[in-house]
Design a protein around this ligand. Sequence first.
Ligand code: IPE
Ligand code: IPE
Ligand code: MG
Length: 242
Amino acid sequence: MASLPQHLAIIMDGNGRWAKKRLMPRIAGHRAGVEAARQVVKNCAKRNIKVLSLFAFSSENWRRPPQEVSYLMKLFLTGLEREVSMLHENNIQLRFIGDRVRFSEHLRKKIAEVESLTRANTGMVLLIAVDYGGQWDICQAVRQLTQEVEAGQLKSAAITPEMISERLSFADLPHPDLFIRTSGEFRISNFMLWQLAYSELYFTPTLWPDFDESELENALKDYASRDRRYGARHDLPLKSEK
Ligand code: IPE
Ligand code: IPE
Ligand code: MG
Protein backbone atom coordinates (compact mmCIF):
# COMPACT_ATOMS: atom_id res chain seq x y z
CA MET A 1 0.00 0.00 0.00
CA ALA A 2 1.59 3.24 -1.17
CA SER A 3 -0.11 5.28 1.54
CA LEU A 4 1.37 3.27 4.41
CA PRO A 5 4.25 5.11 6.12
CA GLN A 6 7.59 3.36 5.66
CA HIS A 7 8.87 4.95 8.84
CA LEU A 8 6.59 5.78 11.78
CA ALA A 9 8.09 7.80 14.63
CA ILE A 10 6.27 8.19 17.94
CA ILE A 11 6.70 10.41 21.00
CA MET A 12 5.12 8.23 23.65
CA ASP A 13 3.90 10.92 26.04
CA GLY A 14 1.41 11.06 28.91
CA ASN A 15 2.40 8.18 31.22
CA GLY A 16 2.52 10.46 34.26
CA ARG A 17 -0.89 11.99 33.62
CA TRP A 18 -2.38 8.55 32.95
CA ALA A 19 -1.22 7.42 36.40
CA LYS A 20 -2.29 10.64 38.10
CA LYS A 21 -5.83 10.27 36.76
CA ARG A 22 -5.95 6.88 38.45
CA LEU A 23 -4.36 8.15 41.68
CA MET A 24 -1.42 5.85 41.00
CA PRO A 25 2.32 6.63 41.25
CA ARG A 26 4.04 7.83 38.04
CA ILE A 27 5.96 4.58 37.80
CA ALA A 28 2.69 2.71 37.29
CA GLY A 29 2.13 4.95 34.27
CA HIS A 30 5.56 4.07 32.91
CA ARG A 31 4.84 0.40 33.40
CA ALA A 32 1.56 0.75 31.51
CA GLY A 33 3.50 2.68 28.84
CA VAL A 34 5.81 -0.28 28.28
CA GLU A 35 2.74 -2.47 27.63
CA ALA A 36 1.42 0.06 25.09
CA ALA A 37 4.85 0.08 23.41
CA ARG A 38 4.81 -3.71 23.18
CA GLN A 39 1.39 -3.57 21.50
CA VAL A 40 2.39 -0.89 18.99
CA VAL A 41 5.48 -2.90 18.01
CA LYS A 42 3.31 -5.94 17.36
CA ASN A 43 0.71 -3.95 15.42
CA CYS A 44 3.26 -2.14 13.26
CA ALA A 45 5.11 -5.37 12.44
CA LYS A 46 1.78 -6.94 11.49
CA ARG A 47 1.11 -4.07 9.08
CA ASN A 48 4.56 -4.38 7.47
CA ILE A 49 5.78 -0.97 8.55
CA LYS A 50 9.52 -0.95 7.74
CA VAL A 51 10.79 1.26 10.56
CA LEU A 52 9.20 2.11 13.90
CA SER A 53 10.92 4.68 16.12
CA LEU A 54 9.93 5.12 19.72
CA PHE A 55 11.11 8.08 21.81
CA ALA A 56 11.66 6.50 25.20
CA PHE A 57 13.93 8.98 27.00
CA SER A 58 15.09 12.41 25.86
CA SER A 59 18.39 14.20 26.52
CA GLU A 60 16.31 16.51 28.72
CA ASN A 61 14.63 13.74 30.74
CA TRP A 62 17.75 13.64 32.96
CA ARG A 63 16.20 16.75 34.55
CA ARG A 64 13.63 14.53 36.25
CA PRO A 65 14.02 13.36 39.86
CA PRO A 66 16.75 10.69 40.19
CA GLN A 67 14.25 8.10 41.46
CA GLU A 68 12.15 8.45 38.29
CA VAL A 69 15.24 8.34 36.04
CA SER A 70 16.56 5.22 37.73
CA TYR A 71 13.15 3.56 37.53
CA LEU A 72 13.03 4.27 33.79
CA MET A 73 16.53 2.82 33.35
CA LYS A 74 15.43 -0.27 35.26
CA LEU A 75 12.38 -0.58 33.00
CA PHE A 76 14.58 -0.48 29.86
CA LEU A 77 16.83 -3.14 31.23
CA THR A 78 14.06 -5.51 32.32
CA GLY A 79 12.09 -4.75 29.15
CA LEU A 80 15.11 -5.63 27.01
CA GLU A 81 15.76 -8.81 28.91
CA ARG A 82 12.15 -9.89 28.70
CA GLU A 83 11.33 -8.90 25.11
CA VAL A 84 14.49 -9.55 23.16
CA SER A 85 13.78 -13.18 22.30
CA MET A 86 10.24 -12.34 21.12
CA LEU A 87 11.63 -9.53 18.91
CA HIS A 88 14.33 -11.81 17.56
CA GLU A 89 11.84 -14.60 16.79
CA ASN A 90 9.76 -12.09 14.86
CA ASN A 91 12.76 -11.14 12.71
CA ILE A 92 12.79 -7.58 14.17
CA GLN A 93 16.06 -5.65 14.11
CA LEU A 94 16.51 -3.69 17.32
CA ARG A 95 18.61 -0.53 17.28
CA PHE A 96 19.23 2.29 19.72
CA ILE A 97 19.94 5.91 18.95
CA GLY A 98 21.21 8.47 21.41
CA ASP A 99 24.19 9.26 23.57
CA ARG A 100 25.15 6.25 25.66
CA VAL A 101 27.82 7.82 27.86
CA ARG A 102 25.55 8.42 30.84
CA PHE A 103 24.21 4.86 30.94
CA SER A 104 25.48 2.26 33.35
CA GLU A 105 28.05 -0.19 32.05
CA HIS A 106 25.48 -2.95 32.45
CA LEU A 107 22.85 -1.19 30.31
CA ARG A 108 25.43 -0.32 27.61
CA LYS A 109 26.49 -3.95 27.45
CA LYS A 110 22.88 -5.14 27.21
CA ILE A 111 22.16 -2.68 24.39
CA ALA A 112 25.22 -3.83 22.43
CA GLU A 113 24.23 -7.44 23.01
CA VAL A 114 20.65 -7.13 21.68
CA GLU A 115 21.82 -5.01 18.76
CA SER A 116 24.31 -7.62 17.70
CA LEU A 117 21.86 -10.49 18.27
CA THR A 118 19.24 -8.92 15.96
CA ARG A 119 21.57 -7.21 13.45
CA ALA A 120 20.96 -9.69 10.62
CA ASN A 121 17.17 -9.68 11.02
CA THR A 122 15.37 -8.55 7.89
CA GLY A 123 11.93 -7.64 9.27
CA MET A 124 10.88 -4.37 10.87
CA VAL A 125 13.57 -2.11 12.30
CA LEU A 126 12.67 -1.01 15.83
CA LEU A 127 14.59 2.14 16.64
CA ILE A 128 14.56 3.08 20.30
CA ALA A 129 15.62 6.64 21.10
CA VAL A 130 17.12 6.81 24.58
CA ASP A 131 19.14 9.76 25.81
CA TYR A 132 18.37 11.06 22.35
CA GLY A 133 17.93 14.67 21.31
CA GLY A 134 17.66 16.09 17.81
CA GLN A 135 20.17 18.80 18.72
CA TRP A 136 22.60 16.19 20.05
CA ASP A 137 22.26 14.27 16.77
CA ILE A 138 22.98 17.31 14.59
CA CYS A 139 25.83 18.31 16.89
CA GLN A 140 27.56 14.92 16.63
CA ALA A 141 27.23 15.06 12.83
CA VAL A 142 28.76 18.55 12.77
CA ARG A 143 31.58 17.33 14.99
CA GLN A 144 32.39 14.56 12.47
CA LEU A 145 32.42 17.06 9.62
CA THR A 146 34.61 19.58 11.42
CA GLN A 147 37.09 16.82 12.25
CA GLU A 148 37.35 16.11 8.53
CA VAL A 149 37.88 19.82 7.90
CA GLU A 150 40.58 19.98 10.60
CA ALA A 151 42.29 16.96 9.06
CA GLY A 152 42.36 18.75 5.73
CA GLN A 153 40.12 16.15 4.06
CA LEU A 154 37.27 18.54 3.44
CA LYS A 155 36.76 22.23 2.64
CA SER A 156 34.04 23.89 4.73
CA ALA A 157 32.58 25.48 1.57
CA ALA A 158 31.99 21.98 0.19
CA ILE A 159 29.63 20.96 3.04
CA THR A 160 26.13 20.15 1.81
CA PRO A 161 22.88 19.19 3.59
CA GLU A 162 23.37 15.65 2.24
CA MET A 163 26.74 15.41 3.98
CA ILE A 164 25.12 16.36 7.29
CA SER A 165 22.31 13.87 6.62
CA GLU A 166 24.81 11.07 6.02
CA ARG A 167 26.40 11.61 9.43
CA LEU A 168 23.23 11.62 11.49
CA SER A 169 21.99 8.60 13.44
CA PHE A 170 20.17 5.98 11.29
CA ALA A 171 21.44 7.59 8.06
CA ASP A 172 20.80 4.29 6.27
CA LEU A 173 17.06 4.38 7.03
CA PRO A 174 14.33 6.55 5.51
CA HIS A 175 13.29 9.67 7.44
CA PRO A 176 9.94 9.43 9.28
CA ASP A 177 6.90 9.68 6.99
CA LEU A 178 4.51 9.92 9.90
CA PHE A 179 5.17 11.40 13.33
CA ILE A 180 2.72 10.77 16.17
CA ARG A 181 2.66 12.49 19.55
CA THR A 182 0.21 11.42 22.20
CA SER A 183 -1.11 13.27 25.27
CA GLY A 184 -2.31 16.47 23.61
CA GLU A 185 1.05 18.28 23.56
CA PHE A 186 1.76 20.05 20.29
CA ARG A 187 5.54 20.03 20.28
CA ILE A 188 8.54 18.10 19.00
CA SER A 189 10.48 18.22 22.31
CA ASN A 190 13.86 17.93 20.60
CA PHE A 191 13.04 14.66 18.80
CA MET A 192 14.39 14.08 15.26
CA LEU A 193 14.69 17.74 14.27
CA TRP A 194 16.48 17.23 10.98
CA GLN A 195 14.70 14.05 9.92
CA LEU A 196 11.21 15.44 10.59
CA ALA A 197 11.64 18.17 7.97
CA TYR A 198 8.90 16.76 5.71
CA SER A 199 7.15 14.29 8.01
CA GLU A 200 3.39 14.38 8.35
CA LEU A 201 2.53 15.34 11.94
CA TYR A 202 -0.29 13.74 13.90
CA PHE A 203 -1.28 14.77 17.41
CA THR A 204 -3.80 12.97 19.59
CA PRO A 205 -5.07 13.81 23.10
CA THR A 206 -4.92 10.09 24.02
CA LEU A 207 -2.42 9.38 26.80
CA TRP A 208 0.28 6.93 25.75
CA PRO A 209 -0.85 3.92 27.87
CA ASP A 210 -4.27 4.17 26.18
CA PHE A 211 -2.84 4.25 22.64
CA ASP A 212 -4.23 0.99 21.26
CA GLU A 213 -4.66 -0.63 17.86
CA SER A 214 -7.70 1.50 16.95
CA GLU A 215 -5.73 4.67 17.78
CA LEU A 216 -2.94 3.47 15.50
CA GLU A 217 -5.47 2.71 12.81
CA ASN A 218 -6.89 6.27 13.07
CA ALA A 219 -3.43 7.79 12.68
CA LEU A 220 -2.63 5.59 9.67
CA LYS A 221 -5.96 6.48 8.04
CA ASP A 222 -5.32 10.15 8.56
CA TYR A 223 -1.84 9.76 7.05
CA ALA A 224 -3.26 8.00 3.99
CA SER A 225 -5.38 11.08 3.25
CA ARG A 226 -2.48 13.55 3.34
CA ASP A 227 -1.11 15.21 0.21
CA ARG A 228 2.68 15.32 0.48
CA ARG A 229 4.03 18.01 -1.83
CA TYR A 230 7.61 18.59 -0.59
CA GLY A 231 7.41 22.19 -1.69
CA ALA A 232 6.52 21.28 -5.27
CA ARG A 233 3.22 21.42 -7.13
CA HIS A 234 1.21 18.35 -7.93
CA ASP A 235 -0.55 19.90 -10.90
CA LEU A 236 2.82 20.21 -12.70
CA PRO A 237 5.58 17.69 -13.46
CA LEU A 238 8.46 17.75 -10.94
CA LYS A 239 11.27 20.09 -12.03
CA SER A 240 14.89 19.84 -10.98
CA GLU A 241 15.94 22.53 -8.48
CA LYS A 242 18.57 24.19 -10.62
C1 IPE B 1 6.36 9.90 28.76
O1 IPE B 1 5.47 10.15 29.80
C2 IPE B 1 7.50 9.03 29.20
C3 IPE B 1 8.80 9.70 29.31
C4 IPE B 1 9.05 10.94 29.01
C5 IPE B 1 9.90 8.90 29.75
P1 IPE B 1 5.67 11.33 30.82
O2 IPE B 1 6.41 10.81 32.00
O3 IPE B 1 6.30 12.50 30.17
O4 IPE B 1 4.17 11.66 31.22
P2 IPE B 1 3.53 13.09 31.44
O5 IPE B 1 3.82 13.90 30.22
O6 IPE B 1 4.16 13.66 32.66
O7 IPE B 1 2.07 12.81 31.60
C1 IPE C 1 9.19 13.80 25.31
O1 IPE C 1 8.28 13.84 26.38
C2 IPE C 1 10.18 12.70 25.50
C3 IPE C 1 9.65 11.34 25.56
C4 IPE C 1 8.41 10.95 25.40
C5 IPE C 1 10.64 10.33 25.79
P1 IPE C 1 8.46 14.86 27.59
O2 IPE C 1 7.30 14.62 28.49
O3 IPE C 1 9.80 14.73 28.18
O4 IPE C 1 8.37 16.28 26.85
P2 IPE C 1 8.02 17.72 27.42
O5 IPE C 1 8.86 17.92 28.62
O6 IPE C 1 6.56 17.71 27.77
O7 IPE C 1 8.31 18.65 26.28
MG1 MG D 1 5.56 14.12 29.18
